[in-house]
Design a protein around this ligand. Structure first.
Ligand code: SF4
Ligand code: SF4
Ligand code: SF4
Length: 376
């Protein structure tokens, strides 16, 4: 085992290969507060990449309702239980990662779902937690019931467990963009990656007897285009780009700004040790203890900053850029009431106004002699 640095844990950790970061690292920010669980992202990926035989239960992108939704069943709670104590001291993780907790003869602490665990993609959808709903209940504020939607793709991890576990070295991380891929010609279907990936984002195809996973839509990335599940997102919750190491963070890089500088977007289960590269703006209405378990110790700061966004023109400006272009927007700046998306070289891709005029029509339209129901 090598000793590598994991900035999300604020410490060194053991990994099966020496630290080797790609030239650029694919990364994304998802704003959970805006997701409406329409599953358009799921459909966009499915129809593009996994509509073949043997891929019926393969959802490279899925959206689940937390806390009772999972795909596959129990993917996170199964591992949380196996891993045991996961404590933090400030930003420093004091527990064990899944690499450090691996038993004798295994590379990663993992588990393999049963076939039936893949049978219910919508389990727990819209089931609320917080209190039992009694017959005749009415809404009180603040209300204690909650759930939220968690959209998930492969995290194209800096320290992928799938890659570490593969006995055939079939899984590799591309130098040019950090995307993690499975070489289908090398894979023999041992499913060690299915067992090892804690996010359960590698899937076994029984027709080809190989494992498959999200490819980060790399043919689109190579053309400077956003992946399918991003460009089709109805709620405009997603931004794709490149992440730097914390010490190299640039304020004009949208992902760096949200993750490293403003710290409003957090990794999913950072304590597992993979340095995942999809970051989440946590939901503001969910109990903090639950969110700290999922997104680590930065939750309070992230939510407080996000709540203040209406008085924070830079933050609200950057959030307005989400989902506004089919192109990848790697740089940005704000000019007054507009936010501008830029190429790496500084050329303008698009301009989004932060304030839009509001027109309120009268309920009764004198000219037409009708009452409109879509007016206040
Ligand atoms: S398309 Fe966007 S809003 Fe709809 S479920 Fe997917 S992530 Fe959520
Ligand atoms: S999320 Fe899973 S499949 Fe994706 S790179 Fe990380 S370990 Fe591999
Ligand atoms: S990035 Fe592409 S391959 Fe990956 S989940 Fe999204 S649409 Fe599917």
């Amino acid at each position: 085992m090598a000793l590598v640095h994991n900035w999300q844990l604020d410490r060194a950790m053991s990994y099966w290969y020496p630290e080797s970061r790609p030239k650029k690292q694919f990364a994304a920010v998802f704003d959970t507060n805006k997701c409406i669980a329409c599953q358009t992202c799921t459909l966009a990926c499915k129809t593009t990449w996994t509509s073949g035989q043997g891929q019926e239960y393969m959802l490279w992108n899925n959206v689940e309702s937390k806390p009772y939704g999972f795909y596959p069943l129990g993917w996170d709670v199964q591992l949380l239980e196996r891993l045991g104590g996961q404590s933090w001291s400030g930003r420093h993780y004091e527990g064990r990662t899944i690499f450090e907790a691996a038993g004798a003869g295994e590379r990663v602490l993992g588990w393999r779902p049963d076939e039936l665990d893949y049978a219910y993609p919508n389990v727990g959808e819209d089931d609320s937690a917080g209190a039992e709903l009694q017959t005749g209940a009415f809404m009180e504020l603040p209300h204690t019931k909650w759930f939220f939607y968690l959209a998930r793709i492969c995290n194209h991890c800096t320290y992928p467990a799938c890659l570490a576990s593969c006995p055939r070295s079939s899984i590799y991380k591309r130098q040019e963009d950090g995307v993690v891929l499975i070489d289908q010609s090398r894979c023999r279907g041992y499913q060690e990656c299915v067992r090892a990936c804690p996010y359960k984002k590698t899937f076994f195809n029984p027709m080809t007897s190989t494992s498959e996973k999200c490819i980060g839509c790399f043919p689109k990335i190579e053309m400077g285009q956003q992946p399918q599940c991003f460009v089709n997102c109805i709620g405009k919750i997603r931004h794709v780009g490149w992440i730097s190491r914390p010490e190299d963070a640039r304020p004009d890089n949208p992902v760096d700004y949200l993750v490293h500088i403003r710290k409003v977007a957090l990794p999913l289960y950072p304590q597992w040790g993979l340095e995942p590269n999809v970051y989440y703006i946590p939901p503001v209405h969910v109990p903090r203890s639950f969110l700290r378990m999922m997104f680590g110790p930065g939750v309070d700061h992230a939510i407080e900053s996000y709540r203040k966004a209406p008085d924070d023109p830079d933050l609200v400006g950057l959030l307005s850029l989400f989902g506004s272009s089919p192109q990848i927007v790697p740089r940005w700046k704000r000019l007054g009431d507009s936010v501008i998306g830029l190429t790496e070289a500084g050329a303008e891709i698009l301009r989004v106004p932060m304030k839009e005029p509001v027109h309120i029509r009268k309920a009764f339209d004198l000219a037409a002699g009708v009452t409109r129901t879509n007016t206040p």
